[in-house]
Write a protein that binds this ligand. Structure first.
Ligand SMILES: *Cc1c(COP(=O)(O)O)cnc(C)c1O
Length: 494
């Protein structure tokens, strides 16, 4: 038989309006055009042959562009900007941003993506930047950030960017309300930096309200809205996709530390920025500016890591569903324990942020949850129904709330720092460690670990007390995790 030419099979590929899980497996992983390999080849070359001066395939040097990185960026853009069918919708109604110029940049870490965004604020307009303080020439500029932003982000905004003259205000958006938010936006505010949910207290800033306020500002002075979605991943939240066809998207740029859920196995450090096509059209120089900064600083990932990340993303939806189902059960169980106080999990129906969850839930997650029997809008089930379903069954979990990520926070009632340490380090399965989002359960004490760099006064003001615990619920069996926590609580002499 004669060899098949790639052109014979070219049209049989994943489409932008395939559902999330299908796209996560096929986009960027199309069978190899030469060999037919079903997994993309790893492209490790640093440099690429030119067929005449300036005549090349689009690749020159791997810092500037690499085929394996491009494949991952292509996949990410699809996951962040195209949505799954909304239940009864026809294929035509599915939202697709990819054709309009939306794009992603993958970085060596989430922090490298953060540094690039900060540099963009202070970069001159003619280099693709936001123009800094005067909006033209660069240097300075103001960022309005959510108050308990990720520690590394706070450090970059308030300390590392000082040399560039960047100014930052940290705001409790929820407490500020519409008036307070409007007042906090200055004429030189170039960027609004949000995180959903915040860390470690799992607060949910009012994204729809912020989007409305920004849209009401004159176009020439409108700051961009960046949403760090690391804690939820593109499975649970997609701020670049308008919640309904006629509503505003909740952000312009998504930042993700892919070192967490996207990688999912605690063995990769990578980060990404994705810009929506709507924002690309409104700010045609934005991507140019970001690429210029990334290329200049060399803030790029290794192609080997990109290759592994593409593999990790293929199981993102499977993992995220299980993280969410486990977290919902465990949060509900913790809530009933005498030695535990202040359980926070936004997906729990009794949580203070629950009213926002349904508004923020991505159509990607909604579709999978509907398959599992959830109905939207979520209705708290009556006691009668709860009585008839057995504890630990999916029917029971459906009465507790909506799966929304895998992070829980709680306090050990009246426990000292030492007792909190003993509880966390004494668990059998759950590992005491920083970071989150892996398949294995991790637990940490923010005041002594991830947030120990903050002044004590700031920590206490934010509610980061020595007995506050952050729990990254893995995808082990929920009963085993609850058993582990139960033994730990039993051993506590509180
Ligand atoms: C981990 C994290 C970052 C930083 O990402 P790295 O990949 O560790 O550099 C940024 N934001 C959030 C919310 C994170 O959890």
């Amino acid at each position: 038989m004669s060899p098949i030419r790639i052109s014979d099979t070219e049209n049989r590929q994943s489409k932008p309006n395939d559902n999330f899980t299908t796209r996560s497996i096929h986009i960027g992983s199309e069978p190899d055009g030469v060999t037919g390999a079903v997994v993309p080849s790893l492209s490790v070359a640093t440099t690429f042959k030119q067929y005449g001066v300036g005549h090349h395939t689009g690749f020159e040097y791997s810092r500037t562009g690499n085929p394996t990185r491009n494949q991952l960026e292509h996949l990410l853009t699809s996951l962040e900007t195209s949505s799954s069918a909304q239940v009864t919708d026809s294929v035509d109604e599915r939202y697709d941003e990819t054709s309009g110029g939306a794009d992603s940049l993958v970085f060596a870490s989430g922090s490298a993506a953060t540094a690039t965004m900060c540099a963009w604020v202070s970069l001159a307009v003619d280099e693709g930047g936001a123009g800094g303080r005067d909006g033209v020439n660069g240097l300075g500029g103001h960022v309005l950030a959510v108050n308990d932003v990720y520690g590394g982000t706070a450090r970059y905004l308030s300390r590392a960017s000082k040399g560039a003259g960047l100014e930052v205000t940290f705001l409790d958006f929820e407490a500020a309300g519409e008036q307070g938010i409007r007042e906090a936006i200055r004429p030189d505010t170039r960027l609004i930096w949000l995180e959903v949910p915040t860390n470690p207290l799992l607060l949910v800033p009012p994204l729809p309200l912020i989007a409305e306020i920004v849209a009401s500002l004159p176009a020439e002075s409108r700051p961009l809205v960046l949403v760090d979605t690391t804690f939820l991943s593109s499975f649970y939240i997609t701020p670049l996709i308008p919640p309904t066809p006629n509503s505003l998207p909740l952000g312009d740029i998504v930042l993700s530390s892919m070192s967490k859920y996207s990688g999912g196995h605690s063995d990769l450090i990578l980060g990404a920025l994705t810009v929506s096509s709507r924002t690309v059209q409104a700010r045609p120089n934005l991507l140019t500016g970001l690429r210029f900064l990334q290329n200049s600083a060399g803030a790029i990932p290794s192609p080997r890591d990109c290759h592994l990340m593409t593999r990790s993303l293929k199981t993102l939806s499977l993992r995220m569903i299980r993280h969410g189902l486990n977290a919902l059960q465990i949060a509900s169980w913790l809530n009933q324990q005498e030695k535990v106080a202040d359980v926070r999990y936004p997906g729990l129906a009794t949580d203070g942020a629950f009213h926002l969850v349904e508004k923020l839930l991505s159509p990607n997650a909604r579709k999978e949850l509907e398959f599992l029997g959830w109905t939207f809008p979520f209705k708290p089930t009556s006691g009668k129904v709860v009585d008839t379903v057995s504890e630990g069954s999916l029917a029971h979990v459906r009465t507790l709330g909506i799966p929304f990520g895998g992070i829980i926070s709680f306090r050990l009632k009246d426990a000292s720092a030492e007792e909190t340490d003993r509880f966390c380090s004494g668990l059998r399965l759950v590992i005491l460690a920083e970071s989150l989002g892996g398949v294995e359960s991790l637990i940490e004490v923010p005041s002594g670990m991830t947030h120990s760099g903050l002044p004590e006064e700031t920590r206490l003001k934010l509610g980061i007390t020595p007995n506050l615990i952050r729990f990254s619920v893995g995808i082990e069996d929920a009963d085993d995790l609850i058993g582990d926590l139960r033994e730990g609580l039993d051993a506590l002499h509180v």
